[in-house]
Design a protein around this ligand. Structure first.
Ligand SMILES: [Fe+2]
Length: 443
């Protein structure tokens, strides 16, 4: 035991004979690209140390992590679907806390996804959101872009990992490129940090990932290279093929497009991404269920003129935006549906049914062909799970009702609406499976 009277001498000695630091791991480990039989584990080191991962019921498996310093990563393959494994990472003399990774569920199993974005600059708000999201126990979560304010600033990424690191150790996060993440069309730090599935696109700024029975198509609309459908841009051509192949895949019940800037905007002076908007008929034709985005720092739900639903969730920590008076009262939700007009006079294009100027995230609970979605707010200082303010159930193939509006009650309540005995039974099975997965994770 150290006696207090010895402290000055210890401090003096440490000045002349500094203790050797054993902390080599500066980011991570963190999880990427979860699939049914594989997952990627990443870490970053500050001293060039080699890293290994030990994983399995008794940490009996060892795999080297490779990469150009400071990055280290490994793709672990031949795993069982919907299964959690213990792991830790060793880099030099540094060992990470023990954690667990879980593979993606099969297309028949329920699962939970969280989506939010624009985490950028308000670190307190970002932290409170991450605490709330951790309590939701998601299987995977997405960031809709603008993870940091300046994607070229290593310190900002360090802060990002300080805030999200503990959650990222157990839950894979898949990112979308935002305008603040890139610089002159390049994403060197973002590209180094995130190991997204590049099998279909061959690049890391747009890609797709299948999780359970849902397919997520992640686009990069910052380079304005989506153009028009059938244009010869590489991303446009890839998107065309991606939509067709996912539409033809019988194992997929849901297809989502995740992108930073939405088709529409309810912020004064913004009109949304015209290039993306031009895809909306193709999206409906090939079965896209919704476009989910960030960029505007608030919450919006609505649909395009062709019935394509969209959600904006960009309240992750960037300065909150007022909603145009056309769509809100004092920046809060307006209680009637409102048609929006693009800058072109008389060009009625989209309908808005919910807006909210607050930090927020989405919880998506998938179960078969039914999807329960809840938008939750996390006001400054709030602790625990977010407060539900817009919840609705989406049945595959269901056309949105013109004035459908979600449940405003506190506490999600999604499952309690119109509950039948069959729904209670299904809910019980769903919770039992979630509990089983949680138990596996907590071993
Ligand atoms: Fe943005």
């Amino acid at each position: 035991m150290i006696n207090r009277s010895h402290l000055p001498a210890i401090v003096l000695l440490s000045v002349f004979f500094p203790l050797t630091s054993t902390a080599a791991i500066i980011k991570g480990p963190y999880l990427q690209s979860p699939q049914q039989h594989s997952i990627t584990v990443d870490a970053e080191v500050d001293d060039g140390s080699d890293c290994i991962i030990k994983w399995g019921d008794n940490l009996e498996n060892t795999s080297p992590m490779v990469g150009e310093s400071p990055h280290r990563e490994v793709r672990i393959k031949s795993l069982k679907a919907s299964t959690c494994y213990r792991y830790h990472v060793e880099c030099g003399a540094d060992t990470s806390p023990e954690a667990s990774f879980c593979t993606a569920p099969t297309s028949e199993e329920p699962f939970r996804v969280v989506i939010f974005g624009d985490t950028r600059s308000d670190h307190q708000a970002h932290s409170e959101l991450i605490d709330a999201i951790a309590e939701e126990n998601p299987d995977v979560f997405f960031n809709t872009g603008d993870l940091v304010s300046d994607g070229q600033d290593e310190d900002e990424w360090n802060e990002f990992f300080n805030i999200e690191g503990e959650l990222l150790r157990d839950v894979p996060m898949m990112p979308v490129v935002g305008n603040h993440d890139e610089h002159n069309g390049e994403i060197p730090i973002y590209g180094r940090l995130f190991s997204v599935p590049m099998e279909s696109s061959g690049v890391d700024n747009y890609y797709s990932v299948t999780y359970g029975n849902a397919h997520f198509i992640i686009l990069d609309n910052q380079a304005d290279n989506l153009g028009r459908p059938k244009d010869n841009t590489s991303e446009g051509q890839w998107l065309e093929n991606e939509l067709q192949s996912s539409s033809d895949n019988p194992a997929l019940d849901f297809i989502f497009v995740l992108v930073h800037e939405n088709m529409y905007s309810v912020k004064d002076g913004r009109a949304g991404d015209e290039g993306l908007r031009l895809w909306r008929d193709k999206f409906v034709q090939l079965g896209v269920d919704a476009v989910i985005s960030g960029h505007d720092h608030h919450y919006v739900r609505g649909w395009a003129d062709n019935g394509l639903p969209f959600v904006v969730s960009g309240g992750g920590g960037a300065p909150l935006y007022d909603v145009s008076e056309d769509f809100a009262t004092q920046g809060q939700e307006k209680d009637v549906s409102v048609w929006g007009w693009l800058p072109e006079p008389g060009d009625k294009q989209f309908k808005v049914i919910w807006t909210k100027k607050e930090h927020n995230y989405l919880v998506l609970d998938f179960q078969g062909k039914t999807l329960d979605i809840c938008a939750k707010e996390v006001p400054t200082g709030h602790t625990g799970k977010g407060i539900s303010f817009d919840c609705w159930t989406y049945e595959k193939g269901q056309k949105p009702e013109p004035d459908q509006k979600g449940d405003e009650k506190s506490g999600c309540g999604c499952r309690s609406q119109g509950t039948s005995s069959g729904a209670i039974l299904l809910g019980g099975v769903f919770l039992a499976v979630l509990f089983r997965r949680k138990l596996r994770r907590s071993r």
